[in-house]
Design a protein around this ligand. Structure first.
Ligand code: GAR
Length: 202
């Protein structure tokens, strides 16, 4: 049996998308193995999720003495040692510089809770909900994309899914629906990428 593709997942918080990946790997829905979960935040609940799944869970803190580039290079070295096929940013809330990205061309995949070119950065769902309340939009969505450079939540799009906003929605119900959509889209997109990779290698 060939070895499963290796995923390194970077998180900063709750890790519900990490959980979707872990569940899909455990059930065989996603033929891959999460080899390491890295958080820039010590209290990220996703680290607990990783440990519960028997996966290496690391709090990778930026030292006060190091520059952003030095941190990114140290992180790149750590991740390189894990020999990942893909690095998944699942709620990783730090912009990665070329000191990290240049080590992994076309291998870093980001999830964002908005459609391309809308609401980049933090609080995307909240900002979409406010735009809906102002009558500017009637839907938002989620996307999965490659991270080529330091552009925030921007890069070649792998998949998108629209999420309609309803007049009955509160921020909480919209957030819940966006997250459910993310959990499915992220796993499905990763599966497709891994299938294509297998096809391409023949
Ligand atoms: C997700 O909604 C993800 O798309 C978002 O952070 C959340 C993490 O949730 N990422 C960004 O906003 C990136 N700009 P989770 O920790 O429960 O997976």
């Amino acid at each position: 049996m060939p070895a499963l593709p290796r995923l390194v997942v970077l998180i900063s918080g709750n890790g519900s998308n990490l959980q979707a990946i872990l569940n899909a790997c455990a059930s065989g829905e996603l033929p891959a193995s999460v080899v390491c979960v890295i958080s820039n935040k010590a209290d990220a609940y996703g680290l607990v999720r990783a440990k519960n799944a028997g996966v290496e869970a690391i709090h990778f803190a930026k030292l006060a003495t190091e520059t952003r580039q030095e941190y990114d290079q140290r992180l790149a070295d750590y991740v390189t040692n894990k020999q990942p096929d893909y690095i998944i940013l699942a709620g990783w809330m730090r912009i990665l510089s070329s000191a990290f990205l240049s080590s992994f061309p076309n291998k870093v995949i980001n999830l964002h809770p908005a459609l391309p070119d809308t609401f980049p950065g933090t609080h995307a769902i909240e900002r979409a909900f406010e735009a809906y309340q102002r009558g500017e939009i009637d839907h938002t969505g989620v996307m999965v994309h490659i991270v080529p450079d330091e552009g925030v939540d921007n890069g070649p799009v792998l998949a998108t899914e629209v999420v309609l906003i309803d007049k009955e929605d509160t921020l909480e119900t919209l957030e819940a629906r966006v997250h459910q959509t993310e959990h499915v889209l992220l796993v499905n997109t990763l599966r497709k990428i891994l299938e294509e990779k297998v096809t391409r290698s023949y």
